[in-house]
Design a protein around this ligand. Sequence first.
Ligand SMILES: [Fe+2]
Ligand SMILES: [Fe+2]
Length: 128
Amino acid sequence: MISWSEEFTVNNPSIDMEHRSLFAALNKFYDGLKANASKESMSALITNLIYYANTHFENEEMHMRKIGFPGIDLHIKEHREFISKTKEFQCKFESGKLIVSFEVTNFIKDWITNHIKTQDKQYAVFSK
Ligand SMILES: [Fe+2]
Ligand SMILES: [Fe+2]
């Protein structure tokens, strides 16, 4: 569904690696959806995705602090919004109020790719 390529680089090998892991977690989720996986498996896959996102955001925020990136507050706000939105999807899904659809998956995919290309790239440029 999504593959990492140089267009996503933030010129930091360890953060690039984390973005790759995030893409991998999203792909697994997408595969589960395509294969009509059980509700339990889908739930585990979204938990996995949120876990990867959280871990990555923490590391990235630490990195931005370290380099003194001035746009950090707004950036953190975007991370928090993403986590709360995906947790909301998860809650609704688990309580049967939402069917995880390709729309939901696409929302997550678009968010992640746009975020890296616009927000993450800003600290990459700053630290050059
Ligand atoms: Fe990132
Ligand atoms: Fe970010």
